[in-house]
Write a protein that binds this ligand. Structure first.
Ligand code: PLP
Length: 369
């Protein structure tokens, strides 16, 4: 006999998924519509409109791909890159590494610009490579590196990339809804994100946005996009005016995204960013007051994801196990070269609240005692 579904109660303060807003969970119990029902098409339009507001863009092609954040990553690379294209990827953590893997699978010639894990990608290093190679198609970086807690400054980098006539692509999986993304103001040509971090929705959709310039590059491809499922020319015909069937939209996930975005827009983007900054800083201060050291310097530290160095005499896995068992509190361990060296604590979306900061600090202090 299989038992009833009754998972333990948790507070998800790791690197994501993060807790879903209760109103978003409730929206997922809304009865289905058909994926071509005019009422559902209207819901899609509203979702695109809300997404533009939260991404801070007027880009017409701003829509939600079916799949998690990695599907968003793959969407941009398969549509923008053709075999033989030269691309620059900033690698200062696990998700930069993943972009390299995806770009190589598209047949790209990848030039990696590396940064230390815990530091940013230095714009001058990117510029050096752009000066050496005249034919770079795109430059991609991770805005909020969830594996390290680093916030990559975008504006200067964007100016450099455009001076060299390349496209600027950003991973915004952990930034959307947590810190300003300013797609249009910074001239970002394409970005992707996920729903399970600062948007406070479950994992399952990958919002993407593409500028007219990026769309033109994609439209002028010599070869067919190698992925049928992620081919934006067909996806656009479903989300755009044509409304051609491509694949059955994940209706419930789109309800949840619409609700999550509406909550953010209703609260006000600036208020949402301020809330993340306020409680992020409170968490940082509390951890430091406990004698713990943060991985990233204050200037480039994210508010929504904090990397803390594990003290040398402390057992990583044991501490996380006790937090989970005694407090139902999930925090993350380190990845890649930071495995066993850091914990990652998320304060994303709905969880960026005083009570979560207080609870996490008290629980960590108790378990470390
Ligand atoms: N990029 C970043 C910065 C992420 O944090 C993640 C997930 O944690 C991804 C990409 C991949 O997203 P997913 O795991 O939803 O496929």
């Amino acid at each position: 006999m299989i038992k009833q579904l009754n998972p333990p109660r948790r507070i998800l303060m790791g690197p994501g998924p993060s807790d879903v807003h209760p109103a978003v969970l409730q929206s997922m119990a809304t009865p289905l519509l058909g994926h071509l029902d005019p009422a559902f098409l209207e819901i899609m339009n509203e979702t695109m409109d809300l997404l533009r507001q939260v991404y801070q863009t007027e880009n017409k092609v701003t829509l939600a791909m079916s799949g998690t954040g990695s599907a968003g990553m793959e969407t941009l690379f398969v549509n923008l890159v053709e075999p033989g294209d030269k691309v620059i990827i900033g690698v200062n953590g696990l998700f930069g590494q993943r972009m390299v893997d995806v770009a190589l699978r598209c047949g790209a010639e990848v030039i990696q610009v590396e940064g230390a894990w815990g530091d940013i990608i230095r714009p001058e290093k990117v510029e050096e490579v752009l000066q050496q190679h005249k034919d770079i198609k795109l430059v991609a970086v991770v805005h909020a590196e969830t594996s390290t807690g680093v916030r990559q400054p975008l504006q200067e980098l964007s100016e450099i990339v455009h001076r060299h006539h390349a496209l600027f692509v950003c991973d915004m999986v952990t930034s959307i809804g947590g810190i300003p993304t300013k797609i249009d103001e910074y001239g970002i040509d394409a970005a992707y994100s996920g729903t399970q971090k600062c948007l406070s929705a479950p994992p399952g959709l990958a919002p993407v946005t593409l500028s007219p310039r990026a769309l033109e590059v994609s439209a002028n491809r010599k070869s067919k996009v190698q992925s049928w499922y992620l081919d934006l020319s067909m996806i656009q015909n479903y989300w755009g005016e044509e409304r051609f069937y491509h694949h059955t939209a994940p209706i419930t996930m789109i309800y949840s995204l619409r609700k999550a975005l509406r909550l953010i827009v209703d609260e006000g983007l600036e208020n949402v960013f301020h809330r993340h900054a306020l409680y992020g800083r409170a968490l940082h201060a509390g951890l430091e007051a406990m004698g713990l050291e943060l991985l990233v310097n204050e200037k480039h530290r994210l508010h929504q994801l904090t990397a803390v160095r594990i003290p040398t005499n402390i057992q990583d896995v044991e501490v996380r196990k006790r937090l989970l068992q005694k407090y139902g509190l999930e925090i993350g361990g380190g990845l890649g070269e930071l495995k066993g060296k850091i914990w990652r604590i998320g304060l994303m979306g709905y969880n960026a609240r005083q009570e979560n900061v207080t609870y996490a600090l008290a629980a960590i202090e108790d378990v470390l005692r």
